[in-house]
Ligand binder design. Structure first.
Ligand code: SAH
Ligand code: TMP
Ligand code: ZN
Length: 407
């Protein structure tokens, strides 16, 4: 099957199908299981601009609403990273008279709260009302809308143009990327920068991190595809930087053409992507086989553990765990519950697989033999916090980049 590319209109050829799936951050109440939304989770690459993207999509108002369950401030390492980001902007792009920064998808204010505390003019654009309220409680100015051309035009009329437009783990969520980029063009000042940090296709393919593929992630960026997208919409990719979040992301900086000299990092990463064949069909064919192998290994291991009468509990219920449990058909029979520190996920069920989510105390109260780490991108933080589990003989199961046990 193919669709037309959301960026350039070219043919998008499918390369992996993760089957019938639901919304990654669905987290149902037990009484709502009858009303689940299903779609086919399949990914393809555009033959013209190489943008990798979902073939089918869930409407955005079903994904982002007043009960959105992802709270960006949930992890210590994320809080540190975004506070650092804010300081970096205040020392570089936001030093002129009365600077202005707009964040697309500010969530609970994890980045903008630092900007607000410093008294710098800012605006968060956040459609999910519940997390927008959390940001407001931290003193952040928030417009509770979807960012698009119309919203950008409104913001410009009210506040003027922005020195920085920022987005983290949000730009790849926005299916109407054309409206987004036209909005950026309207709102960005002549010398401004559009900076975004997003999951990297190179990490997903290189580490077989197929759990990063879910309904909210419409696009899977590479330096090459982002550069093509920037060119098409009259912007220039002037810097790229690897960052450690979510297992290895890239921070892209776009500016108006000829305003900044691109850093050597852009050419270096483009060359590395060429060497790795990151836009080659064979690479995706291999990825498809790797994904199947991980599924086979993980299910075999969980069945063996069950056959031996030992217990496994899931640790961390990120959106990613929805893809893994549904694709591998792991239900409460293999993993009776997953513990997670996010209060709004607790007492709910993972969509599709219906594994209950419980508070971390449920884990500590009665240690299992194994903990399956769905929040693998927070491995260090979690394993440090849960040191007593290993001291008591407990073992961690990881499935990225392959299935292995840490004990
Ligand atoms: N920036 C945070 C949150 C990422 S979650 C972090 O990096 O951790 C993605 C956020 O984008 C959600 O809060 C969602 O409600 C928001 N979002 C989705 N579509 C959007 C749009 N069109 N405009 C602005 N925000 C959007
Ligand atoms: P993320 O990978 O999208 O950041 O989501 C991580 C999930 O893991 C989130 O639901 C919170 C949860 N979590 C814990 O339960 N305990 C922890 O110590 C950490 C860091 C995260
Ligand atoms: Zn394209």
């Amino acid at each position: 099957m193919y669709i037309n590319c959301r960026v350039c209109g070219g043919n998008v050829q499918e390369f992996v199908d993760l089957g019938r799936q639901t919304m990654a951050n669905g987290f149902l109440r037990p009484e709502d299981v009858e009303r689940e939304y299903f779609f086919r989770l399949a990914v393809g690459m555009c033959e013209l601009c190489t943008m990798v993207q979902l073939l089918e999509e869930v409407p955005q108002h079903l994904r982002y609403h007043d009960a959105y369950r992802y709270h960006a401030s949930g992890s210590e390492s994320h809080r540190k990273h975004f506070a650092q980001n804010a300081r970096r902007f205040m020392e570089s792009e936001l030093t002129g008279p009365d600077p202005f920064i707009v964040e697309i998808g500010c969530n609970d204010g994890v980045m903008l709260s630092t900007i607000a505390q410093a008294g710098v003019r800012h605006l968060g654009v956040e459609p999910a009302g519940n997390v927008a309220e959390l940001a407001k409680a931290k003193g952040v100015q928030v417009l509770s809308e979807f960012f698009d051309l119309a919203t950008a035009t409104e913001i410009r009329a009210e506040h003027g143009r922005a020195d920085v437009i920022f987005g983290a783990n949000t730009i790849c969520h926005i299916a109407d990327i054309e409206s987004l980029l036209l909005g950026v063009d309207v709102l960005l000042g002549p010398d401004g920068v559009f900076v975004f940090e997003e999951p990297y296709l190179g990490t997903i393919v290189g580490r077989t991190a197929f759990d990063q593929i879910y309904d909210e992630h419409i696009f899977y960026f590479t330096v090459r595809s982002v550069q093509a997208m920037a060119d098409r919409f009259g912007l220039e990719l002037v810097d790229v930087e690897r960052i450690p979040l979510h297992g290895g992301e890239i921070r892209y900086t776009l500016a108006r053409p000829s305003k900044r000299t691109p850093t050597p990092a852009v050419g270096d990463l483009l060359a590395a992507e060429r060497t790795r064949g990151l836009a080659e069909p064979e690479t995706f064919e291999r990825f498809g086989h790797d994904v199947e192998r991980v599924r086979g290994d993980l299910v075999t291991l969980l069945r063996e553990i069950r056959a031996e009468g030992r217990r496994v509990v899931g640790y961390g219920a990120p959106g990613k765990c929805t893809t893994v449990t549904n694709y591998c058909e792991i239900g409460p029979d293999l993993v009776p519950f997953i513990c997670d520190s996010t209060p709004s996920k607790q007492g709910h069920l993972v969509s599709g697989s219906h594994i209950p989510v419980r508070p971390p105390e449920a884990f500590a109260h009665d240690y299992p033999d194994f903990a399956l780490l769905f929040a693998w991108n927070h491995a260090e933080e979690i394993m440090t916090k849960e040191k007593a589990f290993r001291d008591a003989g407990g073992k961690w199961i990881l499935y990225v980049p392959d299935v292995h046990i840490i004990g």
